[in-house]
Each structure stands twice: as C-alpha cells, then as structure tokens.
Design a protein around this ligand. Structure first.
Ligand SMILES: *Cc1c(COP(=O)(O)O)cnc(C)c1O
Length: 621
C-alpha cells in the first residue's frame, strides 16, 4: 500500500512531507507537531482534532458546483443548503460551521426538539431552517415561535396526523392576531423507488417516513380547506445515507419532480422548492479495489439540475429552488482522531528475547539453525521444517519433556522464521504464505475506544482510513490489527488480507508512535458509546491565521472520572464520602500514608479514563 491510500480518500486535504503527514493548507503543519503541541500542555490519551478550513472547503465546493450546474443549464431556480444536525451537534463543530458558512446563507436542519433549539439559536435570520422527523404539538409550536422570530423555517410533514396538529397550532397562534405568521410547510413523499446500501431503509415504500400519493391528495385538500395552501412550498425526500450509486437518486428525482409539478398544476401555487435530502457519499476506502462511490459531485449536481429542468419544462411549471441536506459530505473530513500506540503485542518476539541454554533440546537447536541459515532458495522447505518442529515441541511441552523457557524459545524462533520466510518469498503470494502472514500479524494496542470514536466500525463494519503520523519515508512491514483499550474483543480492527494495513515495527519503550483515524467527523461523535466508561476524547479546534500559522483553540478535555459517574446518575458526593471513609478507617496504614493516598486518589479522580502512560500493560478479554 502506497501512502495509505491518501490519493483515494484524502481529497488533497493532507500531503506527505518528508516522513510525516501534513495539513495541505496554510503553512502545512504536520499532524504530529499539532499532536505534540497539545500533549505538551498535559493532555494525554486520544485527541480529536477539528479543522474548520475543511468544513469551509466542503460547503464552498457544494455551492460552487451547484452554481456551475445552474449556469450550464441556465436553470432559474435558486440553490440552498442546510446542515442536518443529527450528523454532528457538537458545539465546537456547529460554531465553526456557522462561522465559515456566512457567505452562503447556509442553514440547519433539525429532527428533534433539542436540535430545533440549536437551529433556532445558531442560524442567522434569513438562512433556511428545515424541520423533519416525527413531531408532537410542542415541536410544531416551536416552529411557529421560530417563524414569529423572523426565521425562514420550513416544517416538513411526515404524516397526515402532523398536518392536523399544524392546523390546530395555527389556530392557537394566529386566530387572534392581526398579522398571522406561520412556518412554511413541506411534505415528505414516500418514494416508490428506494435507496441502496446499508442505510436503504431511510427511503422507499417501507420507509418510516413520508406520505403516499393518496395521503398527498388528502393533505392538499386539508391545506386548502384551512387556508394554509399558500404555505405549502416544499417537496422533500431523503433516500438514505452514503449513496454509493447515483441511479436511485435519479429515480427519486423523477418521482419527486413529477409530484411537485402535479401539485403545482393542481393549484398549489406557492410550491417552489424541491428538497433532495442528504445521501452524498464520502470515499472512505484506502484501497483502489474497494471504492465506495461511483459518481462525482459534478455529476450529482448536473443530474439534479437537469432532471428538475426537464420535468418543469414538460409539465409547464416554474423550475423549483433546489435544497440539499447533505451532512456526511460536509462533516466527515473535518475531524481526525489521533491516538497513541501503547504496545505491540509480539514485541517480545525479538532475537534478543531468546533464552537459549548451554545445551538446548535438539529440536530447538534445529529451529535456531534454520533461522540462521534460511535463504531464498531453501525458504519454503525450511519454513515447512520449522512448522513441523513447532508442532512437535508444543507436544513435548504438554507431555512435560521441555520447560517453559524452551517453549518461549520455540514461540520466538517460529515467529522470526515465518517473518524471514515471508520476506524472502514476498514475490510468491501463495495462499499458504498469506495465511502465515495473518498468523504473525502484529497487534497494536491503541489508546482509544472504537465504541466511543468509531461506532460505525462496530455497528456497520464501516471502514475509516488509518495511517501513522510519521515514519512515512519508511516502508511499513507489519501486517497490523488494531486493538482498542476496552475490555471487549469487538474493539478490534482486524487485519484484512484483501484490504491490508501495514504499520511500522517500533519499540514503544523507545519512541512514540501515533495512529490517525480520518473522516470521523460525521455521525461518529454522537453515536459514540461510553462502553467501559470511556467518554468523548479530548478535542481541539485548529485554526489558521493570515500568516498561515495554526493555533489550538477551544480545547475541551475528556470528562474526568467523577463527571463520568455523575453523568451515569451516581451520587458522586456519596462516592466521594465512601472512598474517603475507607481510607480514613483503614486499619493497615499510618496517618501520613492516609494523607498521601487521599492526595493521589483526588488527583486520579480529576483525570479522564484513557491511559496516560506510554507503556501500559493491558489484558484483553
Ligand atoms: C440523515 C438525514 C440527512 C443527512 O444525510 P447524509 O447522508 O448524512 O447526507 C439529510 N436529510 C434527512 C431528512 C436525514 O434524515
């Protein structure tokens, strides 16, 4: 693997410079120097780095691409976009997002009451807010309050029940007032066509959301009857996330476009927008044989604009404004998780670890000779001999004929011989060699929780690009599997022969080695689980000034142990008291020791769950 697939997933956001991976922006600092600068401030454990310039890049690319498509087709409708909050609601992200998007009149999409409050407080007046998902009366009332504040808000109805509530809330808010104001109304349509991939349930006929044609006609009549038809202005659909193939989108666009035109011709004169939801895919792959997306943003924008224009022309209606709610595409690239490697599990398999005796059992001596004399021309034969000896030696141990030191020597020697043989035979990728390679794969224990920081890896086998922060001028040779520090065997990113990851052979006792996980900015943070009580990692926003220098801002440290327990609704006062009492009442220690222990205990309680030291020995279950 060259460059860890940077040319596939990197989108020119990072470059290799010397032996490090650097930000391809401003003065191009390396991720390593930023990481070290933060660690020097005393923050250990995993770090989540946010890069607002990458959010800005995605937003401006989205707007410019649609603007180009509109020009090319001479399209008369406007283009608008909102960010769906469910993809990332964290304040350090949202504040940066609102800051970098000011020039685009970019808005927010909310799917719950709490998200709606974020949207109402963070969106500038005039920028669009869309509200999707299931809504109760209070949520709809909040939409009316937002409209009365002056927000450009559209409430999407997902079912006829919601429309009835809107009619009722409208009466309560507007019957007595001189200047009735209500939110704009959108309808989500239930598509006949459906999305594809693991998220397909979001669209299509079996979807949780949306109105059928029959319900649409009924909604039209209701809106008309209650004087709200002049508020109906948007048709909405969302076919699902990470759309790898463009075909389902085209089908959905034709369906939605025709529904728009039909309703407009029927008398819904205010209707003026099509909201195509999200779904724009991100390329997560590190291997060219496994790419996730078969279209470009250009093709996507051209298809949307062209199809809407065709339908508008053929049905004689005005070209609708186009809204997108892409979330993954906007947020994924903005954050990088950096985590220190704590240990290499087979580091003990070094020649210097051998405990050879004056006189060794004959088979051990033979293994040692094989190791010293193996060459390209005899490699396969020697390898087979070695494997055979290993079986015999392990049996001898079980029967009590050799001791633990002999067994340890066996393990080390067989490992070294396999490694040597693979290196010597590297041009003959036989099945046997590949299997052996899996067997000697190196396990890297990494100071992070996959459940907290890569939940879609755990839940959906979603791959995230991984690469080390330095040594990139050296070819990595260890087939690697990555273990997180949870006590759960699911927290392992195993070595995959078809999509191999190779990392460097290092001695973590001598040097630091960090791994970066890329494209973690969409969905991962809020879906992250506190399994084993590992919480959101320490995060920082990396901004650049006019001179191109970076600064580390808005540092938020991972929660300390007491705050974690407090979040679990433990009474931390009681915990505090219980711990103090047990030290004070202990029969086994002196008064001085007690004072010292209390001091240490309180220091540890103020720190987070992640491991602090470089060389931690951890048991995996
Ligand atoms: C989740 C969601 C989105 C965002 O989808 P992405 O694939 O992240 O772009 C957009 N609109 C709606 C209605 C959603 O539910």
């Amino acid at each position: 693997m060259k460059q860890f697939g940077l040319n596939i997933w990197g989108d020119d956001n990072f470059i290799l410079k010397g032996n490090t991976v650097n930000i391809n922006y401003a003065n191009q600092p390396s991720l390593l120097e930023i990481t070290q600068a933060i660690r020097e401030k005393g923050y250990k454990g995993p770090l989540l780095l946010r890069f607002p310039h990458l959010i800005e890049k995605q937003i401006s690319t989205l707007f410019h691409t649609f603007s180009k498509a509109k020009k090319e087709f001479n399209y008369l409708g406007d283009f608008h976009a909102v960010f769906p909050l469910k993809v990332n609601q964290f304040p350090n992200f949202i504040h940066a997002l609102m800051d970098v998007s000011q020039a685009y009149n970019y808005g927010l999409e909310a799917g719950s009451k709490a998200e709606l409050i974020i949207a109402m407080s963070q969106t500038p007046l005039g920028a669009p807010i869309t509200v999707n998902g299931f809504k109760d009366k209070e949520m709809i009332a909040l939409c009316f309050i937002a409209a009365k504040m002056g927000h450009n808000i559209t409430v999407t109805i997902e079912g006829l029940g919601e429309l009835e509530t809107i009619i009722q809330v409208n009466k309560e808010f507007n019957a007595e007032v001189k200047n009735p104001i209500a939110p704009k109304i959108g309808v989500r349509i239930r598509l006949h066509s459906s999305g594809i991939g693991i998220w397909a349930k979001s669209g299509g006929y079996s979807s949780k959301f949306g109105l059928t044609s029959t319900e649409l006609l009924e909604a039209y009549e209701l809106l008309k009857k209650y004087g709200l038809l002049d508020h109906l202005w948007m048709i909405h659909f969302h076919i699902g996330s990470q759309m790898g193939d463009i075909a389902p989108l085209k089908k959905a666009l034709r369906e939605a476009g025709n529904i728009y035109a039909e309703l407009k011709n029927r008398g819904a004169e205010a209707l003026g927008a099509i909201n195509i939801g999200g779904g724009l895919a991100v390329e997560y792959s590190q291997h060219s044989n496994n790419q996730e997306r078969n279209y470009s943003l250009n093709e996507f924008a051209n298809d949307v604009v062209y199809l809407m224009q065709e339908i508008a022309k053929s049905k004689g209606v005005t070209e609708p404004d186009i809204f997108t709610e892409s979330g993954r595409y906007i947020a994924a690239s903005h954050s990088v998780l950096v985590a220190p490697v704590l240990e290499l599990f087979s580091q003990e398999y070094h020649e210097k670890g051998l405990r050879l005796k004056e006189v060794n059992p004959p088979l051990i001596q033979e293994l040692y000779d094989l190791f010293n004399t193996i060459q390209r021309k005899n490699a396969r034969e020697y390898l087979h001999d070695a494997l055979d000896h290993m079986e015999s030696l392990l049996t001898l141990f079980d029967l009590g004929y050799i001791d633990l030191e002999d067994r340890s020597n066996t393990e080390i020697l067989i490992n070294l011989i396999i490694k040597k043989a693979i290196a010597l035979l590297k041009n003959e990728g036989t099945d046997e060699l590949k299997k052996l390679q899996d067997r000697i794969q190196e396990k890297y224990l990494v100071n992070f929780s996959a459940f907290q920081s890569l939940p879609d890896f755990w839940g959906l086998a979603q791959h995230f690009p991984i690469m080390p922060l330095d040594k990139l001028d050296t070819k990595p040779t260890n087939p690697a599997s990555i273990w997180d520090i949870t006590c759960d065997s699911d927290g392992e990113i195993g070595f995959n022969r078809d999509l191999p990851l190779y990392l460097h052979d290092i001695d973590v006792g001598q040097e630091e080695y960090f791994l970066a996980f890329f494209l973690t900015g969409a969905y991962q943070e809020v879906l992250g689980m506190k399994h084993n009580l590992f919480t959101h990692p320490t995060e920082a926003v990396i901004n650049f000034n006019e001179d191109g220098e970076y600064s580390i801002e808005h540092l938020i440290e991972a929660q300390n142990l007491m705050d974690v327990l407090d979040d679990m609704d433990y009474d931390t006062n009681l915990i505090d008291k219980a711990l103090k009492y047990k030290i004070e009442e202990s029969q086994h220690i002196t008064k001085e020791e007690k004072r010292e222990l209390l001091g240490k205990l309180y220091l540890y309680l103020s720190e987070n769950s992640y491991l602090k030291t470089i060389q931690a020995i951890s048991e995996k279950s």
